[in-house]
Write a protein that binds this ligand. Structure first.
Ligand code: ADP
Length: 326
């Protein structure tokens, strides 16, 4: 395998708090290892368009605490075509960039896998997504921060829900994964979580809520993962309203505020460790792997495993939520 002298780093797809901490770690650990480090702006789009700048340690000063990504992020249709990826490869060759570190979610790592195989490039992925939906890692960068944001929001919603004796459906992100909804519900003491992995009928939900009200609870909060499978908070609220007209139902969609904010200590530490591990992986001749964390240990997860496999929510948590909502 040819020696690596220069690496490129990019953030792609949905942004997540902690991406900056990861950029800082990759840059600093890379320079520490003797690599030249290039920041690639706007994900794969910037790679194709050659929006690239060499980074020194100063470029990543004072960013560990900042949400978003200083490298910006983008979605790039062209990169899904062989012609687009050829352009990206040509730019790398011209710039003398030998390897890439890609920070992103499922889609970004799928692109990384295809690109790495096509051109036999060393590519390391870091799981950067608030959804926590990548297999082989206990947590993804940004997930803990988003979870804490949800918890703080639901605490506030509970104040008004209690005052008005209302039933609130709070919609959180997680198209295909219920981690945010389920753990957000547990953390905020919500009555239920509606997640794409497990179907719950409207009458089951009505019964559960009715049970709470009969026991003199004066408000209820249900977290709903935004997904076509759950129908989202609006759809669910509408159905509950039709079947239980006595309930005073309200909906809050947390939306993009879940992506913002200063990363938690957990996410900063995770991103720092994963960023340094990406450089270790390159030094170790690894390629086409995602850095993961399991039981507090860094692991290398082949892209094929990280992307294809479905990470399952822990059914014990649903059971605890059910028992504690009486
Ligand atoms: P995320 O990484 O957050 O899941 P997306 O699914 O939007 O976000 O993917 C981000 C980018 O990754 C896409 O805009 C595209 O450039 C690239 N990508 C996604 N899927 C593929 C694919 N099958 N082939 C090549 N590139 C892909």
């Amino acid at each position: 395998m040819s020696k690596i002298n220069s690496i490129g780093i990019l953030t792609s797809g949905g942004d997540a708090p902690g991406m900056n901490a990861a950029i800082r770690a990759v840059t600093r650990a890379g320079i520490f290892a003797g690599f030249r480090v290039f920041g690639i702006f706007r994900g794969y789009k910037g790679l194709i368009l050659d929006e690239i700048e060499e980074f020194s340690t100063q470029n990543v000063s004072n960013i560990i605490q900042r949400g978003g990504t200083i490298l910006k992020t983008a979605r790039c249709k062209e990169f899904t075509t062989p012609e687009g990826r050829q352009c990206a490869y040509d730019v790398m060759k011209r710039r003398g960039i030998d390897a890439l570190v890609v920070i992103g979610g499922d889609g970004s790592l799928t692109g990384a896998r295809i690109f790495g195989n096509e051109f036999s490039l060393p590519i390391i992925g870091l799981p950067g997504t608030i959804d926590n939906d990548l297999y082989g890692t206990d947590s993804t960068i940004g997930y803990d921060t988003a979870l804490n944001t949800i918890m703080e929001c639901v605490d506030k919603i509970r104040d008004t829900a209690t005052s008005h004796e209302r039933l609130f459906f709070v919609e959180v992100m997680g198209r295909d994964a219920g981690f945010l909804a389920l753990n957000g519900a547990l953390a905020s003491g919500a009555e239920a979580a509606i997640i794409p992995e497990i179907s719950m009928q409207v009458d089951q939900l009505g019964e559960l809520i009715g049970h709470g009200f009969r026991k003199s609870k004066n408000s209820s909060i249900v977290l709903v993962a935004e997904s076509p499978v759950t129908g989202g908070a609006m759809g669910l609220a509408q159905r509950v309203k039709e079947e239980y007209p006595d309930y005073d139902v309200r909906v809050t969609i947390l939306g993009h505020l879940q992506r913002g904010g200063s990363p938690t200590a957990f996410d900063r530490i995770l991103a720092s460790r994963m960023g340094a591990a990406a450089i270790d992986a390159l030094l170790d001749d690894q390629r086409n792997v995602m850095i993961g964390i399991r039981n507090d240990e860094i692991v290398y997860v082949p892209f094929t495993k990280a992307i294809k496999n479905e990470k399952r929510v822990n059914p014990q948590k649903l059971e605890v939520l059910r028992r504690l909502s009486i």
